[in-house]
Design a protein around this ligand. Structure first.
Ligand SMILES: NC(=O)c1ccc[n+]([C@@H]2O[C@H](COP(=O)([O-])OP(=O)(O)OC[C@H]3O[C@@H](n4cnc5c(N)ncnc54)[C@H](O)[C@@H]3O)[C@@H](O)[C@H]2O)c1
Length: 458
C-alpha cells in the first residue's frame, strides 16, 4: 500500500528519534524518515542498541523500523521527497561572540533552513520542533522565501514538551499538543495537516492552536516555570537545614494547597538536563535584548539558585568530612541528570565530580545507563576516576556515597552489606532524598539529606 504522506525529521536526537517513532507507530499510513548529519547516530538508530535509553522506546522503534520508519543520512533525498519536514536539530547556548553563554546558537537551525531551500522541488510544511527563541519562524520564513521557483513554505511551530525518562508515555498521552501558525489561509491549511497527524491518537481537546509567536514563547515559558518550581523549593533547603525544619514535610504541606499542586516539589542537589538552563538563559537574553532588564534579572535568579545549590552540596560534603577530601574515595550513585535516561547533559553530577576532583578526592562513578556518557563528560579531567556499573562493587572501600540520580534501584540496595565494605566513619549524602535516612543511620552511616536535619554519630 503506498504511503499517504512523506514526513521527514531533520535531527535524530532525544526529540527527533522518539517523536518520529511515535508518529510512525500511530500513523502506519505515513512514511516517516529521520535524517541526521551524524552517521554514527543514524547507524545506532538502525541497530538494536539505540543511541538513547528511554523506557518503551526500543519496542516502538523495532515494531516500525523498516516498515514506515526509516533512519538515514540522505538529507537531500529526504528533503526532496517530504511534504512535511520537522526540524529537530540542537539549539545549544552560544559559546562565542555576541550573546556567548546566553543566546541560542542558531547555526544548526540556519544550516537546516538553507538545506531545505536548496533541495526542495515542491512546496512543503516546515515544523519547528526544536525549542527556538520567539520569532525564529520569522527568520526561517525569510530564508525560505529566497526560493527562485514557484515553491511555497508554511512555517509552523510545534514545540515538544516531552520529559526525558518518560518520553514515550508523554508522547503517547500528552497533556497537550501545541500548534502555532500564521492565520493566513495557507497557514491554517498547514496547521490542519498537522492536527490530522496528532488526531490519530491524541484527543481533539488536547490539540491546541495559537499564533506562531505564542507557540514559540510557550515552550520557553513552560521550561522557565518548571525550573523555577524546583529552584523555589531548593531555595528553602538551606533554611531547613539551619532550623531543623524538614523540606519534605514543608513540600507536602504546601503541595496540598490546590492552588499550588503537589508536582515538581522534590528538593534535590539541583536540576539538570539539556534544556532548562539553555532555555532560561535564552529567555533572559531575549528580555535584555528587548530592554526588559527587570524580567531578565528575575528569571536569571532561577539559574543562579540552581548553581548555588550544587556548590552548596559540595561545600556540605567538605565540611561534614572534616574539611578535607584529599585522597578520600567518594562513590557517586548515578550520573544521569535524572532517572530513567542515559542523558547526562548539564547533569549536576558533572559539576559535582569536577568540584570533588578539585578537592583531590578520588571518584568511583556508578550508573545503570549513563556510564558511557559520564566517561565522555569527564574525559581529560585531572584526577582519579573509575566507572563501575555494580553499586556494591563501586562503593566497596569508599569513604562516602553521594546520590546524584534518583534511580529506583538505589532505594532497595542492601545497605548493611555496603556499610560493611566502606571505610569508617561512612557517609551518605543523599542529593535526591530518596533513601531511608533513619534506616541508614541505624546501620551506622552518617547521613546528610537535602533540607532535613543531618543524622550523625559524632
Ligand atoms: N531533550 C529534550 O528532552 C527536549 C525536550 C523538548 C525540546 N527539546 C528541544 O529539541 C531540540 C533538539 O533537542 P535534542 O535533545 O533532540 O538534541 P540532540 O542534540 O539530541 O539532537 C539533535 C540532532 O540534530 C542533528 N543535527 C544538527 N544539525 C543538523 C543538520 N543541519 N542536519 C541534520 N541533522 C542535524 C545533530 O547531529 C543531533 O543528532 C532542542 O532545541 C531542544 O531544546 C529537547
Amino acid at each position: 500500500m503506498p504511503f499517504s504522506k512523506n514526513i521527514l525529521c531533520i535531527g535524530a536526537g532525544y526529540v527527533g528519534g522518539p517523536t518520529m517513532a511515535m508518529i510512525a507507530h500511530k500513523c502506519p499510513h505515513y512514511k516517516v524518515t529521520v535524517v541526521d548529519i551524524n552517521p554514527k547516530r543514524i547507524a545506532e538508530w538502525n541497530f538494536d542498541d539505540l543511541p538513547i535509553y528511554e523506557p518503551g522506546l526500543d519496542k516502538i522503534v523495532t515494531s516500525t523500523r523498516g516498515k514506515n520508519l526509516f533512519f538515514s543520512t540522505e538529507i537531500e533525498r529526504g528533503i526532496k521527497e517530504a511534504e512535511i519536514i520537522f526540524v529537530s536539530v540542537n539549539t545549544p547556548v552560544k559559546t562565542f561572540g555576541a550573546g556567548a553563554g546566553m543566546a541560542a546558537d542558531l547555526q544548526y537551525w540556519e544550516k537546516t533552513a538553507r538545506q531545505i531551500l536548496k533541495y526542495s522541488e515542491s512546496s512543503k510544511i516546515i515544523v519547528e520542533k526544536s525549542t527556538f527563541p520567539v520569532r525564529t519562524a520569522f527568520a526561517m520564513e525569510r530564508i525560505l522565501s529566497l526560493t527562485e521557483n514557484d515553491i511555497h513554505f508554511d512555517v509552523l511551530s510545534n514545540p515538544e514538551f516531552l520529559a526525558e525518562g518518560t518520553a514515550i508515555k508523554d508522547l503517547e498521552y500528552p497533556d497537550r499538543v501545541l500548534l502555532g501558525s500564521r492565520e493566513t489561509p495557507s497557514g491554517v491549511k498547514a496547521r490542519d495537516e498537522l492536527v490530522k497527524i496528532y488526531a490519530s491518537w491524541v484527543p481533539k481537546e488536547r490539540i491546541i492552536t495559537s499564533n506562531i509567536w505564542s507557540s514559540e514563547l510557550s515552550k520557553l515559558v513552560a521550561n522557565a516555570f518548571l525550573a523555577q518550581r524546583i529552584s523555589s523549593i531548593n531555595s528553602f533547603t538551606a533554611l531547613c537545614e539551619k532550623t531543623e525544619a524538614d523540606i519534605t514535610e514543608v513540600a507536602r504541606a504546601i503541595g496540598m494547597d490546590s492552588r499550588l499542586g503537589n508536582k515538581f516539589l522534590n528538593s534535590s542537589l539541583g536540576w539538570g538536563g539539556s534544556c532548562f538552563k539553555k532555555d532560561i538563559l535564552n529567555l533572559v537574553y531575549l528580555c535584555r535584548n528587548y530592554g526588559l532588564s527587570k524580567e531578565a534579572d528575575y528569571w536569571e535568579g532561577v539559574v543562579r539558585i540552581n548553581e548555588y545549590q550544587k556548590e552548596r552540596f559540595v561545600l556540605n560534603m567538605v565540611s561534614a568530612m572534616f574539611n578535607t577530601l584529599v585522597s578520600k574515595k567518594i562513590c557517586l550513585f548515578g550520573f544521569a541528570f535524572k532517572a530513567n535516561t542515559s542523558d547526562t547533559r548539564e547533569s549536576p553530577a558533572i559539576f559535582i565530580s569536577k568540584r570533588l576532583l578539585d578537592e583531590k578526592a578520588e571518584l568511583v562513578i556508578t550508573d545503570p545507563k549513563a556510564l558511557d556518557n559520564a566517561m565522555t563528560d569527564l574525559d581529560g579531567i585531572d584526577g582519579k576516576i573509575s566507572y563501575i556499573e555494580d553499586p556494591y562493587e563501586a562503593s566497596d572501600g569508599c569513604d562516602a556515597i553521594a546520590v546524584m540520580t534518583e534511580w529506583e534501584i538505589y532505594k532497595s540496595l542492601d545497605f548493611e552489606k555496603i556499610y560493611r565494605s566502606m571505610v569508617k566513619p561512612a557517609f551518605i549524602f543523599d542529593g535526591r532524598n530518596i533513601l531511608d535516612h533513619k534506616g541508614l543511620f541505624d546501620i551506622g552511616f552518617n547521613v546528610f539529606p537535602i533540607g532535613k536535619p543531618v543524622l550523625t554519630h559524632f
